[in-house]
Design a protein around this ligand. Sequence first.
Ligand SMILES: Nc1ncnc2c1ncn2[C@@H]1O[C@H](COP(=O)(O)OP(=O)(O)O)[C@@H](O)[C@H]1O
Ligand SMILES: [Mg+2]
Length: 255
Amino acid sequence: MKKETLFIAFTTQKGGVGKSAMTTITASILHYRMGYNVAVFDCDYPQWSIVKMRDRDTKTVIESERFKLLAYEQFTSINKKAYPVISCKPDEVIQKAEVFLKETPIDFDFVFFDLPGTINSAGVINSISRMHYIFSPIIADRLVLESTLAFMNVLNGVLVKGGDTGIKGIHLFWNMVDGREKSELYAHYDHIIKELDLSLMKTYLPDSKRFRKEMSAQMENRQISRSTLFPIDRRLSKFARIEEFITEFLQIVQH
Ligand SMILES: Nc1ncnc2c1ncn2[C@@H]1O[C@H](COP(=O)(O)OP(=O)(O)O)[C@@H](O)[C@H]1O
Ligand SMILES: [Mg+2]
């Protein structure tokens, strides 16, 4: 039987915590390496950072002989196109995604939504409530944590436990964990997260200097980091615990 297309969002109210980075890294591994069919809706208007990244990635491939060859090899071996990155406004995204899925001949396994951090319209809340899974990066910053936990707690109480939505789970994960940092803050917040009855992923993602830069900014580098056209380099993804993250992600969504 055909599996249901899952709607997934990496979302929090805070910017700069890794929403877009984790969206592209996850989408690229699933689509280019693991055989899933993925689509990405970029509704973080007006930045549209993933749409712009796709433009830069495409330009990089056109301008570099090495990436052109890599792209040729990859796309002939997987025998499918790059995943679509579709720009939209937050209010129209669900409708747009439904029309898109109805009209496409492809069976999509996952649709990722990069939603805006600000909840300034009913449309954004409505879009969030239509996700099947929400993954929320958190970083060791008191202000970010307090507001994220408060928001996720409300979301969990109203939308998930209230039962009126299709949300199957909200999962927090630590991102940009600095190995040198004292672990007390993490332990403290792990406890609060538990008390709030929110789910926390086992995988901690370290602060990986090497994926600060995306593919188009490091054409001379042998390792591909963040890209919408290629999966992250295997060694890098191991080092950055992305492999672990993807395994846990797939266990959660059971796809
Ligand atoms: N685990 C990580 N280690 C190092 N840099 C990271 C990590 N996660 C995200 N970043 C970087 O942090 C910056 C902000 O991430 P981004 O995904 O654009 O945030 P958001 O979409 O939440 O605003 C980007 O340069 C990104 O590459
Ligand atoms: Mg972003």
